[in-house]
Design a protein around this ligand. Structure first.
Ligand code: IPD
Length: 268
């Protein structure tokens, strides 16, 4: 059984409450009010409502904490040592296309350190949770990253910048990275939710995941899941936290340095 701190219990309850209308909307996609935020970057009324419910539930239980959400940005609270980092729907494009692969992601930071995490796919009812120093779980099952040590037998997830994301140069680099990795591994998956990509690394389904230019809300929950499942998470030169520039590499201990080397110069 997972260790559920009082804060983690609050986060799980908030995710379940926000997930109910989201699941209904997913079943009636054609009725959703969809508005454009930028090229290929849609924000639905479901996204905004999900964040509102999470905000209401979390601030009711922890009134002083800060709240950093994809939709509403940073809302400071009087308690400067705690903040929630929220992605109401990670995998928005999947959601809008009726692909059942998206998640609510909630992380709690204490004194700048990730303390608790929830990544919840309401369609599959997979609830990933982690508490610092207490491990990561999928529903009631303890998670461990994979034990594969060699690239040829490994399955790797990534994210590729799409229209409206990244420069031409960044897109070219990303495609060169894909080419370098795909030709040396069992294959690549691009599933469209960074939070679930990390959760799948924690569960040992994927052996590794990398993506550049992510936002804190996409990855905060996933980073703690991977670390608590025994994995390594860094940015792509391994020297600092992925929050510093949004570049992230998550893998088991054996594959992390091998992938970092491969991604260092994908054009070679
Ligand atoms: C996106 C997803 C996607 C990744 C994008 C993210 P969103 O988050 O995590 O997998 O490739 O970079 O922005 O916009 O659906 O919350």
């Amino acid at each position: 059984m997972p260790y559920l701190s009082p804060a983690l219990n609050v986060m799980i309850a908030a995710a379940r409450k926000a997930a109910r209308p989201l699941t209904r909307d997913f079943g009636e996609l054609e009725n959703l009010q969809v508005s454009h935020k930028g090229p290929a970057d849609f924000v639905s009324s479901a996204d905004e409502r999900t964040e509102r419910i999470l905000f209401e539930e979390l601030t009711r239980a922890r009134p002083g904490y800060g709240f950093f959400g994809e939709e509403g940005g940073m809302r400071e609270g009087p308690d400067k040592s705690h903040r929630f980092i929220i992605d109401p729907i990670d995998g928005t494009t999947n959601f809008l296309h009726g692909v059942p692969h998206f998640a609510i992601s909630i992380a709690l930071e204490r004194e700048g350190q990730l303390q608790s995490a929830v990544v919840y796919n309401p369609i599959t009812d997979e609830m990933y949770v982690a508490e610092r120093s207490h491990g990561a779980y999928l529903n009631d099952k303890r998670l461990r990253v994979s034990t594969r040590k060699n690239l040829p037998e490994s399955l790797i997830a990534t994210g590729i910048p799409f229209m409206g994301r990244g420069t031409d140069e960044e897109r070219e680099r990303s495609l060169a990275e894909v080419k370098a990795v795909v030709s040396r591994t069992s294959g690549i998956r691009r599933f469209g939710s960074a939070a679930l990509d990390c959760a799948y690394v924690a569960a040992g389904r994927f052996d590794a995941f990398w993506e550049r230019g992510l936002n804190a809300w996409d990855i905060a929950g996933g980073i703690l899941l991977v670390r608590e499942a025994g994995g390594v998470v860094s940015n792509l030169n391994g020297t600092s936290d992925p929050f510093s520039n949004g570049d992230l590499l998550a893998a088991n201990e054996a594959l992390h340095p091998q992938l970092m080397k491969l991604l260092e110069n994908p054009f070679s």
